[in-house]
Design a protein around this ligand. Structure first.
Ligand code: G6P
Ligand code: MG
Length: 220
């Protein structure tokens, strides 16, 4: 059995990946930049400032904005985002997630969050899920964001657990890469994540039994 499950937040536990997309799109519109969902895939799992840099790079005339202006734009995006998450309730937990958390708790497998979002503790509170988590890693606890493994290794190190005894659940390419580079078992949600050790189409397919079966093949 694995000893810990490490969960990404946005797009795995709840559909806030969509809110990040909408908030960036609104800011981009104000900047006269357009981008689509395909481009947005690159922003998943990436910190607020790094995401802003990628968006600014779409328009050469926005390349050399002063730091204060970048800070202002990042804050503006976050204000849009915070408006959107005000509406979150436990109803917005994605299908299958709560059952998985309960099953893990029953099996006494540790549960941690591994998110790049500074809003992560707040989102968990609104979903009333905080009590399931033995440890939270958010942007405040790491210096190198995904795809660097630090977000996930920080949680494993806190539990004092070997990386190969950890399972991570991710909806972003950057996150799957972080898990793989840490030597953890990566579960991808969404069809595009071909690098994942185990891929499911949607969160409702995240069944503990199936994950454990795949994990035991991988680890033997
Ligand atoms: C997660 C999301 C990203 C987001 C990042 C920072 O990784 O997948 O889309 O940019 O968190 O979120 P924050 O709430 O701190 O702006
Ligand atoms: Mg995500």
């Amino acid at each position: 059995y694995p000893k810990a499950f490490l969960f990404d937040l946005d797009g795995v536990i709840t559909d806030t990946a969509e809110f990040h997309y909408l908030a960036w799109k609104q800011l981009a519109k104000e900047l006269g930049v357009t981008f689509d969902r395909e481009f947005n895939e690159q922003l998943k799992g990436i910190s607020r400032m790094d995401s802003l840099e990628k968006i600014l790079a779409l328009n050469p005339s926005l390349k050399d904005l002063p730091v204060e202006e970048k800070e202002r734009l990042a804050t503006k995006k976050n204000d849009h985002y915070k408006d959107l998450i005000q509406k979150l309730t436990p109803q917005d937990i994605l299908p299958g997630i709560k059952d998985l958390l309960k099953d893990l708790q029953n099996q006494q497998i540790k549960i941690a969050l591994g998110s790049a979002s500074k809003n992560a503790p707040m989102v968990l509170e609104r979903l009333e899920l905080t009590h399931y988590f033995d440890y939270l890693v958010d942007a405040a606890k790491v210096s190198k964001g995904k795809p660097h493994p630090e977000t996930f290794t920080t949680a494993a190190d806190y539990f004092n657990i070997d990386y190969k005894d950890c399972v991570g659940v991710e909806d972003a390419e950057s996150g799957v890469q972080a898990l793989n580079d840490a030597g953890m078992f990566s579960v991808g949600v969404g069809n595009e994540l071909t690098e994942a050790d185990y891929l499911v189409e949607k969160t409702a397919d995240l069944k503990l039994e199936n994950i454990l079966e795949q994990y035991s093949k991988w680890s033997s």
